[in-house]
Each structure stands twice: as structure tokens, then as C-alpha cells.
Design a protein around this ligand. Structure first.
Ligand code: N01
Length: 542
């Protein structure tokens, strides 16, 4: 398969779940491969986000690779939803068991990829001076991997310790005796808060937007429970891959429980809504629990009332409880599950700093100055998120046909892909969990498995058909972009008051486009398979 000028058949960028799955499948199919990873180890998300409390929100038996029977049978998960340390150990086990490390160059940052028309190869260049010519490139750079530094004046002037959840020190950090601030109350801030609160002298949680979060229900296995699950893996995988979310469960809750029965909240008398709250607790206070809550803003507000009631039951101080109630639609941002978040605000050493009552003015060497006063600090933890879905790709100079720079279009118009897998004008470049695919709306590992399988099948097809290139057709891409937009229409996810990273609304100046495919992984997978079966409809093979 190797062409005269290529060093390698495929360069794979990134060595998280996506990169490892891709490298393994490619090598098994006989391609020469080169993995490139900026970190000094494997794991991607689970390599960088090692903040206290980091944990997956999908059950580990599903948040795991099915592509190797050995890996599946030999690994033992210790609890329902694994913490970061266990996930990092798992990804290392995968790399070792499948002998993938020898194919990866670590500490190496891809800075440019340039398509060469004459040789039909990509030139991949790195900040460390490497150059590879590859027939194909697969990016497995992650959807939430480009850290976002908040535009806060004086951020770098702080004389204490500044920490970032998405680049947390490997050796960890001891908060004992430290006056600590966490800025940000997304998934990372919410997970870190209870753990840091148990250590810090005092913890100030700086909240700009309150979180929709509910208890994760994590627990260690009951005796024999994991062994029984492991023996039943075939059935688990079948259900998992047939589901729209790529998982049969979110947290401890079976997805089916969210759905049956889904009455409309606006057609449910108020006392019955509260009776449901008594019966189902937090579950009744989610957008999943009511048929109309994710589509009708009035219904959404009614569900928010239940959510506010649950917070009041957990948080003793009425002012703090009120401040913890979100002001934006439920379901517009990624739902969060936590371990002891709201109870943490009952501790004497924890203060919620509601930035709606006075914003941050600046960081000074001694602490944080806000419109509501000054907070002297020893440590600031930034849990301020990512330039999601496009950030990691846009940070690479990707030049396709005629020298076109991919980010130029993406920054101006939002991402444009066909199936979230390829981009018109950029032949032989595949994007694992790219924008326009279900990715972040699903169990990421399921999406990664589906994409890596589809890509290797596609390369096998090209090899058999003796084709050198595959490229998305511009019209197929436009149709797909329009289809992805249509799927998101009309619900709270794109409501004008929603400022989620799904829409790019957390990045100043980013084009407001709903980036993931919202039709469900099962439907998407069928579509991808149909397209392949139809001889890669919407792609040009040459
Ligand atoms: O980031 P986020 P994250 N001043 O963007 C605030 C996945 N994940 O790292 O909402 C003050 O959600 C910002 O405020 P606002 C998961 O998909 C999964 O927490 O913009 N505050 C927000 O509160 C998740 O959705 C897991 O008003 C500022 C926070 O910082 C995604 O990663 C665990 C600010 C950022 O929240 C991202 O989560 C962790 C400023 N200048 C992450 N700038 C699990 O699986 C930003 N903020 C469990």
C-alpha cells in the first residue's frame, strides 16, 4: 500500500482512547503507522485532566474498549464509574497489552499538515522538528483538549499557585492549609469542589453560571457483580452500541428510566410534579424526565422549579441555595453528575462567590479582586473549560488542496465536515469524533470505536479498489452540515439564552454553531454504514 514517497501509510495524531484504537486497528489490518502524542504518556483526557475528583460519568464497563477480547477479559474495574487514576492505568494497560507504545512518538506536538497533490501524501510536521510523509492522516485530538485560558486581567500576576484542571500537575497538589479559589462550575469545577473542600483551609467557589448537577450514584462493586458483568460483555456491548448515547446508562441510571414514562410537565398539575419529585428525587428534576422540558422553554422553567426545590433541600443557607439555581435552560449544557457537590456548601470552610452579584475585576499578586470585595488567596484553580470540538484542530496549520487553510473556513463559518469524518478539500484526512458527528453527546469510547472501525474499513476498501485518495464532495458536506443544524433546531440546546460550549458560546468571538450531531449514535452509525455500502456515497475516490 505504501506509495513511493510516503514514509508511512498512516500518521495518527493523539494517543488517547481514539489514537490507541485507531493505531491498533490499522496495525491489525497491515498498515504501517506512526502515532504522535504531545504528552509524555497515553490517555488523552485522562492524562491531562488529573484534578482531584476527576471521574468518568459513564459506567466503566461501557466506557472501555471492546476491540480486543484480551483487553476486555483481563481488565478489572473496581467501581461503577472509574476515577481518573484508574482510567489512566487502564489506558496504559491497553497500550502495553496491545504493544502500541513502539508506534508512538511522545512529547511531540504536531504543528502542521500539508497536502501534496503530486505525491498524494500529507507532510506532517512537529514543533520538535519531525517530518513524516503519510498517505493518510487520522486526527484523534479529542473534543475537549484545547484548554481555554480565561480573559481575566492580571491572571499571570498571581504570586500564589495557579493550577488548571485540564493541565493538573502529575504529582498532584496538597491543598492543606491553603486559602483556595476554584473558578468555574462546569463538570471539572463541580467534581473538584468537594475533594478540594475537604483539604483546603478555606475554599471559595467562584461561580458565573450555576451548574445542573445531580448525585452520580457511584459505588464500589457488590461481591461478584463485576465478574458477572464481565461474563456478560457480549450482551452489554450489543445494548450499548444499539443505544443513541452509546451507553445503556448515564451515571448510575439506566437511560430507559429517564424515558418511561415521559409525561409533559405542563400537562401535569403542580402537586403531581412535586409528588414525582418525592418519588424519583433528582431524576424528576432533569430535562430527560419530562417530554416537553427539552423543547418548550416554559416546560423547561417548570422543571427548573423542581430542580431549585432539590437544591433547597440540600443546602442549608437559603441565600447560597438560591445562588446555586441556574438561570439558563436545563439541558442546554452538558448535564453533570457529582459526588457531594451541594452538601459541600454546608461546610464552614466553603464560600460560594456568586459572580452575578459582582464580577471578577482582576487577579492581583495576593488574590482575586471582585466587584463584591477582595479575596486573599494562596491557590487559584482554573476550571474554565476548553475551546471545544474545533480548538485542537484549529491550532494545527492544516493545509489541503491549493494550500487552503482549514481553520480559515472553520473560524469564519464554523466547522464544515461530511459525517464529522472528512472535510472537502482535505483528501485522505480523517477526523475521529470530529464536529458533525455524535461524539460529545455520546459515550466517547463508543463513538471512537465506531469511527476507528469505519476508517479502517474505508482504507481497506481503497486498498482493494486500488484507489489512492478519498475526499468528501462539497455538496455532500453542505447537505450534512445542514442536516446537523436541522437536528439541533427548536430545542433548548440552541435557545438564545444557552451559552454552551456545544455552540462555541464559551469562546469569545467563536461562531455560534451547534457542532455535534444530535440524531443519536445508532442512527448515525447506520447512516455511515449505508454510505460505505453504497460505494462511499458523497465521497470522491480516485
Ligand atoms: O468546562 P466548562 P469543564 N470567569 O466549559 C466558567 C467534559 N468533562 O472543564 O458557564 C468566571 O463546562 C464557566 O462559566 P460560564 C464535559 O463534557 C467531563 O468543567 O461560561 N468563570 C463554567 O462554569 C464537560 O462539559 C467530565 O458562565 C468562568 C466553567 O468555567 C466538558 O468536559 C469531567 C470564566 C467552565 O465549564 C467541559 O467541562 C470534566 C471567567 N472568566 C469535564 N471563564 C466527566 O466525565 C469560564 N468560566 C464527569
Amino acid at each position: 500500500m505504501k506509495s513511493g514517497t510516503a514514509d508511512v501509510d498512516v500518521v495518527v495524531v493523539g494517543a488517547g482512547f481514539g489514537g490507541l484504537a485507531m493505531l491498533y486497528r490499522l496495525r491489525e489490518s497491515g498498515y504501517s503507522i506512526q502515532g504522535v502524542e504531545v504528552g509524555d504518556g497515553v490517555g488523552g483526557t485522562w492524562f491531562w485532566n488529573r484534578y482531584p475528583g476527576a471521574r468518568v460519568d459513564v459506567q466503566s464497563v461501557e466506557y472501555s474498549l471492546s476491540l480486543s477480547r484480551e483487553v476486555q477479559d483481563e481488565w478489572t474495574w473496581t467501581e461503577l464509574m472509574a476515577p481518573q487514576e484508574e482510567l489512566e492505568r487502564y489506558v496504559n494497560f491497553v497500550a502495553d497489552r496491545l504493544d502500541l507504545r513502539r508506534n508512538i512518538k511522545f512529547n511531540t506536538q504536531v504543528t502542521a499538515m500539508t497536502w501534496d497533490e503530486a505525491s498524494a501524501t500529507w507532510l506532517v510536521e512537529t514543533a520538535q522538528g519531525d517530518q513524516w510523509r503519510a498517505r493518510f492522516v487520522v486526527t484523534a485530538v479529542g473534543c475537549l483538549s484545547a484548554p481555554l485560558e480565561p480573559a481575566i486581567e492580571g491572571l499571570h500576576s498571581f504570586a500564589g499557585v495557579s493550577l488548571y484542571t485540564n493541565r493538573f500537575p502529575k504529582e498532584g497538589f496538597d491543598f492543606t492549609g491553603k486559602r483556595t479559589a476554584i473558578i468555574g462550575t462546569g463538570s471539572s469545577g463541580v467534581q473538584a469542589t468537594p475533594v478540594v473542600a475537604r483539604q483546603a483551609e478555606h475554599l471559595y467557589v467562584f461561580q458565573r453560571s450555576a451548574a445542573y448537577t445531580m448525585p452520580a450514584g457511584n459505588r464500589p462493586w457488590r461481591p461478584g457483580e463485576f465478574e458477572a458483568l464481565r461474563a456478560d460483555y457480549d450482551a452489554i456491548r450489543a445494548v450499548q452500541f444499539a443505544s443513541p448515547l452509546g451507553a445503556a446508562r448515564f451515571g448510575a441510571v439506566a437511560i430507559g428510566d429517564f424515558r418511561t414514562p415521559p409525561p409533559k410537565i405542563l400537562e401535569t398539575p403542580r402537586e403531581e410534579r412535586f409528588a414525582r419529585l418525592e418519588r424519583d428525587g433528582w431524576l424528576a428534576a432533569t430535562a430527560f424526565a419530562w417530554a416537553d422540558a427539552a423543547i418548550d422553554i416554559e416546560a423547561n422553567r417548570a422543571a427548573q422549579e423542581l430542580y431549585a426545590e432539590m437544591i433547597r433541600r440540600e443546602v442549608k443557607d437559603p441565600e447560597t441555595a438560591a445562588a446555586l439555581v441556574p438561570h439558563y435552560p436545563m439541558g442546554c449544557k452538558r448535564p453533570i453528575i457529582d459526588i457531594g457537590y451541594f452538601e459541600t456548601f454546608n461546610r464552614d470552610n466553603v464560600t460560594l462567590v456568586d459572580l452575578r452579584k459582582g464580577a471578577i475585576r482582576r487577579v492581583t499578586p495576593e488574590g482575586i479582586e471582585t466587584e463584591q470585595g477582595f479575596f486573599p488567596l494562596d491557590v487559584i484553580v482554573y476550571a474554565t473549560g476548553f475551546d471545544a470540538m474545533t480548538g485542537a484542530l484549529n491550532r494545527i496549520d492544516i493545509r489541503g488542496r491549493d494550500g487552503a487553510l482549514m481553520r480559515e473556513t472553520w473560524l469564519a463559518e464554523g466547522p464544515r465536515t461530511y459525517l464529522g469524518l472528512m472535510v472537502a478539500g482535505f483528501p485522505n484526512l480523517f477526523t475521529i469524533t470530529g464536529p458533525g458527528s455524535p461524539s460529545v453527546l455520546t459515550n466517547m469510547v463508543s463513538s471512537i470505536e465506531q469511527h476507528s472501525q469505519w476508517i479502517v474499513d474505508c482504507l481497506d476498501h481503497l486498498r482493494e479498489a486500488r484507489r489512492r485518495t478519498i475526499e468528501a464532495e462539497p455538496q455532500a458536506q453542505e447537505d450534512w452540515v445542514a442536516h446537523v443544524a436541522t437536528l439541533a433546531e427548536g430545542g433548548v440546546r440552541v435557545h438564545e439564552s444557552c451559552t454552551s460550549w456545544y455552540l462555541g458560546a464559551n469562546v469569545p468571538g467563536k461562531v455560534r454553531v451547534y457542532m455535534p450531531y444530535a440524531g443519536g449514535l445508532n442512527v448515525y452509525r447506520d447512516r455511515c454504514d449505508e454510505i460505505a455500502k453504497a460505494g462511499y456515497a458523497g465521497f470522491t475516490l480516485a
